[in-house]
Design a protein around this ligand. Structure first.
Ligand code: NAG
Ligand code: NAG
Ligand code: NAG
Ligand code: NAG
Ligand code: NAG
Ligand code: NAG
Ligand code: CA
Ligand code: CA
Length: 373
């Protein structure tokens, strides 16, 4: 009996100790929140996801997505292998879920994943331009961008496996079928028409003109706005004209510009325009100014070439999101409001890095009509 009592005391003491050592002291008053992995993954394009700040978290998510991807691939190619919902016991799908929970438990096990130590480790990798013990908006944007590009390339690699049917490392036009979600979808869904899949787009992506797309070119094909290939930018401009040209004369007149494009540009430049006045008649002055600047030959219409200067704003790039995310992080963690982060500021605001950015429902503003994912 006494032994049992002593045992209980020891357990209680141990639990207390554990509780104290995990108390929020290290986070200067921030309540401990459970870190989350992204739990949702679809093959169809969706709104832009924030990429995890920490490459280790990104790796866990990638691993999980790869499994989901394989499962959906098997489902697509061999639906007959799907477990029969009536006969299959519920625990058939259990391992996947368990795996996910393991990963999330890992993140929330402070002995294994200590956010303070992670931030100490990552700080010098971010603070590089220059390494001065301050992380600036620029450094954080570059960091986010790099994480995002890795993520995008990884997805492209998976897509490539799907399309490169003869496994020679290249995708030819004949190998390329639109993915099933595009075939099944109606022509106008996701905001772009089926011209997306046409040969012109393929050819524009083929930077060296050898008739096939390697991984880089295929990545550009899937993410034209992030590409450095000028042929793709020109192609995007042509697509933009096709999409906006409601009277089908091949050019964008002021009305088409004002009712389609101008708001996109304005939303993109929200800082400079957010106090402007919405009214079609009186407030088209800024639109007229921009239209006039773009209409280089002064014929009263915008050609595809004349859209080139704003095409980046019509198709927000990874850089745009990376900067948006950096601005958000700095606004949340910059305690002395000097516009940059010290390691201390980061350690004291860990959840800005380790939870807000994983929220699927994190509200990206704007309507990214062409975001292809
Ligand atoms: C996944 O996303 C879909 C819609 O995109 C939503 O209906 C569903 O609830 C989400 N599932 C989880 C587990 O978040
Ligand atoms: C995380 O590591 C830091 C620094 O090594 C340490 O002070 C802190 O107690 C650790 N936090 C937890 C919850 O283990
Ligand atoms: C999509 O457009 C093509 C012609 O461009 C047409 O044949 C097809 O029926 C359309 N599909 C849907 C679902 O609207
Ligand atoms: C694409 O390029 C191929 C040659 O590589 C050419 O035969 C084809 O006509 C081009 N298609 C378009 C739509 O430009
Ligand atoms: C693909 O080809 C381009 C030239 O079009 C080249 O710059 C790039 O390095 C190649 N990428 C790979 C992964 O081989
Ligand atoms: C918006 O426009 C109206 C009339 O055009 C004007 O009275 C009002 O002051 C404007 N508001 C702002 C915020 O500029
Ligand atoms: Ca720096
Ligand atoms: Ca090529």
């Amino acid at each position: 009996m006494a032994k049992a009592l002593i045992f209980v005391y020891i357990v209680v003491a141990a639990v207390l100790l554990l509780f104290l050592s995990h108390s929020p002291r290290t986070f200067s008053g921030h309540r401990h929140r459970r870190l989350k992995l992204r739990s949702n993954y679809t093959l169809a394009p969706s709104r832009h996801h924030a990429v995890p700040f920490d490459p280790l978290v990104a790796e866990l998510e990638r691993h999980r997505e790869d499994k989901e991807w394989e499962k959906q691939l098997i489902h697509q190619k061999h639906p007959e292998l799907d477990p029969d919902p009536d006969s299959a016991p519920a625990h058939e799908s259990q391992p996947e879920w368990e795996d996910f929970m393991d990963a999330e438990d890992y993140l929330n096990d402070e002995d294994k994943f200590n956010v303070t130590n992670r931030l100490i480790l990552l700080f010098p990798k971010i603070d590089v331009d220059p390494a001065d013990w301050f992380v600036t908006e620029h450094e954080l944007t570059q960091w986010n961008l790099y994480q995002a590009q890795r993520e995008v390339l990884h997805r492209t690699q998976r897509e490539m496996e799907l399309h490169d049917k003869n496994h020679d490392g290249f995708v030819s036009f004949s190998e390329y079928d639109p993915p099933s979600w595009a075939q099944n979808a109606d022509n106008e869904s996701f905001g772009y028409d089926i011209g997306w899949w046409k040969e012109e787009h393929f050819n524009a992506s083929d930077a060296d003109g050898d008739g096939v797309l390697n991984l880089t070119e295929f990545n550009d094909f899937l993410h034209p706005a992030d590409s450095k290939n000028p042929k793709l930018h020109q192609w995007l401009c042509k697509e933009e004209v096709r999409e906006r040209d409601t009277d089908r004369d091949g050019k964008v007149n002021f009305k088409e510009f004002f009712h389609g494009l101008f708001d996109l540009v304005r939303n993109y430049d929200e800082e400079s325009h957010n106090d402007s006045n919405h009214s079609d008649n009186s407030m088209d002055a800024p639109a007229r100014v921009l239209f006039g600047q773009l209409d280089k030959d002064g014929d009263g219409y915008l050609s595809d070439a004349e859209l080139l200067p704003i095409i980046g704003k019509l198709h927000p790039s990874e850089h745009y999101y990376a900067k948006q995310q950096a601005d958000y992080i700095i606004s949340q963690a910059d305690e002395d409001k000097d516009g940059r982060l010290t390691l201390t500021e980061m350690i004291e605001n860990p959840y800005v890095f380790y939870s807000a950015i994983f929220n699927d429902d994190e509200d990206d503003d704007g309507d990214y009509h062409d975001e292809f994912r």
